[in-house]
Ligand binder design. Structure first.
Ligand code: NAD
Length: 275
């Protein structure tokens, strides 16, 4: 905790990808409320949402929020995001890779190899690129990286071979990078949420035949019988950045206990699924 202020990440500079809604917004909000100077991005098509979040958070008078348009599937735009952050603040203390997506559920037969490549670019290669360009700056201040992965990256998920592969990749990439960067005292961790209520989940559920039942099933997938909130994931990230100074290479589950218990697992027969 910053001495006397009660702010846990005061004046630290944080980059969050995909920060205008969903989990990214939760991370941006929690970090700003704890005194961090946060630069966040979404694609330029969502520029107005990004600007609105920037304005609202700066109105709090704690920390700072800066929006920069960046499509994380484009290397030059990620490089620009890092460069602009360093131009403005002179340092980077924490990088949170979050921007990603989950396609609708399908068997392997219906995914094309191009679908898979596209998702890999968004969910995994973009994390690699952001780490690569941010690391020279993170090393100078012994900063840290948090990669948003997913519980399903380690336990699997029905109809989601491509998504699960990208998230398994995020978790193992984070461990390998933690090993390499330890000599610079840069920590690298991943966070694996269970179901978290976000626009992504909402839009997936709304496409099912019985959205209400789908959402109830989504809540029941956790031992705690509810979705996580975006702020709860933000808090987990803040812990890793601010206090978890002896954590590196871990995959921190924030899953409401979704990986526990023995129960109905068979996917034989019809199921109404959001993805
Ligand atoms: N919601 C969940 O239940 C859940 C569970 C586990 C993991 N996750 C992971 O958390 C992350 C965020 O998911 P969410 O549910 O908040 O999704 P969301 O769709 O609600 O938000 C995703 C954010 O990423 C941004 N984004 C997407 N493509 C982008 C691009 N090319 N360039 C820049 N920004 C882009 C979007 O604009 C948005 O701000 C993802 O990596 C997802 O896989 C989500």
């Amino acid at each position: 905790m910053a001495e006397g202020s009660g702010l846990r990440y005061k004046d630290k500079v944080t980059i969050v990808t995909g920060g205008s809604k969903g989990i990214g917004l939760g991370v941006v909000t929690v970090f700003v409320k704890n005194g961090s100077k946060v630069v966040f991005c979404v694609k330029d098509v969502e520029e107005s949402e990004g600007k609105a979040v920037e304005k609202e958070l700066n109105g709090l008078g704690i920390g700072e929020a800066t929006f920069i348009a960046c499509d994380v599937t484009k290397e030059s735009e990620i490089k620009n995001l890092i460069d602009k952050t360093v131009e403005k603040y002179g340092r980077i203390d924490c990088l949170v890779n979050n921007a990603g997506s989950h396609p609708p559920h399908m068997p392997i037969d219906d995914f094309s190899s191009d679908d898979f490549r596209e998702l890999l670019n968004l969910n995994l290669v973009s994390y690699f690129i952001a780490c690569k360009y941010a690391l020279p700056h993170l090393r100078k201040v012994e900063g840290n990286i948090i990669n948003i992965s997913s519980l399903v990256g380690s336990i699997g998920q029905y109809g989601a071979v491509t998504y699960v592969a990208t998230k398994g990749g995020v978790t193992s990439f984070s461990k390998a990078l933690a090993i390499d960067e330890a000599k610079y005292n840069v920590r690298v961790n991943s966070v694996s949420p269970g179901n978290v209520w976000t626009p992504l989940w909402n839009s997936g559920a709304s496409k099912t035949t019985n959205p209400e039942q789908t959402i109830a099933n989504g809540a029941d997938s956790q031992l705690m019988g509810r979705f996580g909130t975006i702020e709860e994931i933000g808090q987990v990230c803040l812990f890793l950045a601010a206090e978890g100074t002896y954590c590196t290479g871990i995959d921190l589950l924030s899953s409401g206990g979704a990986e526990l218990n023995f129960g109905i697992k068979t996917m034989k027969g019809e199921k109404d699924l959001p993805f």
